[in-house]
Design a protein around this ligand. Structure first.
Ligand SMILES: [Zn+2]
Length: 511
C-alpha cells in the first residue's frame, strides 16, 4: 500500500508551525494509531476522521492504519489536524490522487457528520503556508481571514466531501464568493471624545499620549471620567498599518476573539483587565502550551488598568518586562516562545482607598498614611515609564454647561495626532524607534540637543522641586511631542513648560 503525505499547521505562541501528516495502510487487524507527540484532542482525531469519512459516503479502510506526525519533537495539540489526517488516510487508501496532496497545507476540525469546523489562528496558519509556497485549505468560515495573506492560494471547504471533490478535480474551487472586508461594526463602535464634557486638560494629555505613544496615568476621584477618556484613546490613535494590522488580527484569531467572517483589525485594540486578574491571565505563558495573555491581546493597542493600585503586586511587577521589551518570552524545554506585547499603558487610580479624597460631596476618612501607601503600590519602575501623568478634578459648572459644538470629536483630534506622528516618523526615519515615547532619553539628548534657554524653566523647576535628572529628560521627551503637535521644528521654551505641566501629578504619585 502506498504512503500518502500532506501538511497541516499548528500554532505555537503566535506562529504557525508546519506539521507533516503521513498515513500508511498495512495488512493486519483494523486499527489506527497516531504517532508523534499528539495530545488527547489529536488522538481523538482518529474517531472524528473515521466517522466523518464514513458519513461523507466514502469507505474507511478496514486495515491497519498508522498516521505519523512530524517533526516528532513538536507537541501536537488541538483539532486543526483532523482534516489533514482524514485526507492522508483517503490518499493512502487510493481514494484520492496522492499528487493532489503535494504543495497543499490542510487545516480544519472535523465534525462527525463530515462538516469542517473553523479553527483558531487561521491567519497565522495561512502565513506559515505562504512561507513555504504552498496553497492552503481552510474551513469556509476561516476564508476571509486566510485570504488576508497576499500571494497565497486559499481553498475554503465546508465539508470533507467538498475537499475530496476538489482534490479529485470534480470541483474547481472551494472559495466562497466573498472578498476580505473590514468589519463595519469595528469602525462604528469606537466611542467618541465628543461624549466627554469638560476635562480640557485631561483631553490634551490624552492627545499628547496618542501623538507620542506615551504611557499615561490618570489620578482622580471615581466617576470623573477616567474610564471614559481611556476608552477613547484607540479612537484618536492612528489606524493600524498593514503589518501591525496582520499581527493584531493573527493574535486575536489565535485567542478565539475574531468574529466569524471578520476581516483585518485596523483599529488599535483596547484591553481592560479586571483588577482581580491573575498574572497568567494578564501576561500569559503558564504551564503546558504557552497561552496568550491580555498584554498580547493589547499588542499595538491600549492596556487599561482601572483602579490600578487594586491589582496584585505580582501582576503590576509582571508588566515591567513587556513594557521594556514589547514581548513576553516563555521558555519551554529546548526553545523559547515569543508572544508579542507592545502596548500603550493607561493607568487610572483613585486618590485613596475609599476614593473620596478630593470629592465635593462626601468626606474621605482615609488617613494620610493610608493614602500614601495606596499610591505607593504604583511607584517605582512601573510609574517610571509613564510620561503623561494627569490629575483629574471634578469639572466646573461652566465646563458641564459647555456649549454644544465646542467639544471636539475624535476625528478632529485624530487628524492632529496623525500629523504629529507624521512629523516624528520623519525625524525618526531610519532609526529603530517609531514614536517619541520609544526613544531612549540618552539618545534624545545626544541626537537632538536643545538650547539651554529652552530647557531653563524645566531645569529650574526640577532644581527647586524634588525632581531628578531623569525626570527632566522625560519632560524634554514629552516636549518633542508637544512640538510635533504644534508643528514646531523643535521644542520651544513654552513647549517644554507645557510638557512640565503634564507631569504635575508627580508629587502625589511618588508619595
Ligand atoms: Zn479616602
Amino acid at each position: 500500500m502506498p504512503l500518502a503525505r500532506t501538511r497541516s499547521v499548528i500554532v505555537i505562541g503566535v506562529a504557525g508551525q508546519l506539521v507533516e501528516v503521513e498515513a500508511d495502510i498495512s495488512p493486519g487487524l483494523p486499527a489506527m494509531a497516531i504517532v508523534g507527540l499528539a495530545d488527547t484532542a489529536v488522538a481523538e482525531a482518529r474517531d472524528r476522521a473515521r466517522a466523518a469519512v464514513v458519513n461523507s459516503g466514502e469507505d474507511w479502510p478496514n486495515r491497519r492504519i498508522t498516521v505519523g506526525l512530524s517533526p516528532a519533537s513538536l507537541h501536537k495539540h488541538g483539532s486543526a489536524l483532523d482534516l489533514a489526517i482524514a485526507i492522508a488516510v483517503l490518499g493512502a487508501a487510493g481514494k484520492i490522487p496522492i499528487d493532489a496532496l503535494a504543495d497543499l497545507v490542510v487545516v480544519g476540525e472535523l465534525g462527525l457528520d463530515g462538516r469542517v469546523r473553523p479553527v483558531r489562528g487561521a491567519l497565522a496558519m495561512a502565513l506559515a503556508a505562504r512561507d513555504v509556497g504552498c496553497a492552503i485549505v481552510v474551513p469556509a468560515s476561516n476564508y476571509q481571514e486566510a485570504a488576508l495573506v497576499p500571494d497565497l492560494v486559499v481553498h475554503a471547504v465546508a465539508n470533507l466531501a467538498g475537499l475530496v471533490g476538489l482534490l479529485r478535480g470534480e470541483i474547481l474551487t472551494g472559495a466562497p464568493d466573498t472578498t476580505p472586508t473590514l468589519t463595519p461594526s469595528e469602525a462604528g463602535s469606537v466611542p467618541d471624545l465628543s461624549d466627554v464634557r469638560g476635562q480640557v486638560a485631561a483631553r490634551f494629555g490624552l492627545e499628547l499620549a496618542a501623538a507620542g505613544g506615551h504611557h499615561i496615568s490618570m489620578l482622580g476621584p471615581p466617576g470623573i471620567g477616567k474610564t471614559l477618556l481611556a476608552e477613547r484613546l484607540p479612537g484618536i490613535l492612528p489606524a493600524l498599518s498593514g503589518e501591525a494590522a496582520v499581527e493584531v488580527t493573527a493574535v486575536h484569531s489565535i485567542a478565539g476573539r475574531l468574529a466569524e467572517g471578520q476581516g483585518l483589525i485596523s483599529r488599535a485594540p483596547f484591553i481592560a483587565p479586571h483588577h482581580t486578574a491573575s498574572v497568567a491571565a494578564v501576561v500569559g505563558g503558564g504551564s503546558g502550551l504557552p497561552k496568550l495573555g491580555l498584554v498580547s491581546l493589547a499588542h499595538h493597542g491600549v492596556l487599561f488598568l482601572d483602579e490600578a493600585p487594586e491589582f496584585a503586586q505580582s501582576v503590576l511587577d509582571a508588566l515591567r518586562l513587556p513594557l521594556e521589551s514589547g514581548e513576553i518570552v516563555v521558555s519551554r524545554s529546548g526553545f523559547n516562545v515569543r508572544l508579542p506585547a507592545r502596548f500603550q499603558l493607561v493607568l487610572a487610580a483613585n486618590p485613596c482607598p475609599c476614593g473620596l479624597a478630593g470629592s465635593m460631596v462626601a468626606i474621605c476618612q482615609c488617613s494620610s498614611l493610608q493614602r500614601r501607601r495606596y499610591l505607593a503600590r504604583l511607584s517605582g519602575p512601573l510609574l517610571d515609564r509613564i510620561d503623561v501623568r494627569l490629575q483629574l478634578a471634578a469639572p466646573t459648572l461652566a465646563e458641564l454647561r459647555g456649549i454644544e459644538g465646542t467639544v471636539e470629536s475624535s476625528s478632529v483630534v485624530a487628524a492632529r495626532v496623525a500629523l504629529a506622528r507624521h512629523r516624528s516618523e520623519r525625524r525618526l526615519q531610519g532609526l529603530p524607534w517609531r514614536t517619541n515615547a520609544e526613544v531612549p532619553t540618552t539618545e534624545l539628548r545626544k541626537r537632538w540637543p536643545l538650547p539651554a534657554d529652552v530647557v531653563a524653566s524645566a531645569e529650574e523647576a526640577f532644581e527647586t522641586g524634588h525632581g531628578s535628572a531623569r525626570g527632566l529628560d522625560r519632560v524634554v521627551r514629552l516636549a518633542w511631542t508637544v512640538a510635533d503637535l504644534a508643528g514646531h521644528q523643535s521644542p520651544t521654551a513654552l513647549d517644554v513648560e507645557t510638557a512640565l505641566l503634564q507631569r504635575t501629578g508627580r508629587g502625589r504619585w511618588a508619595a
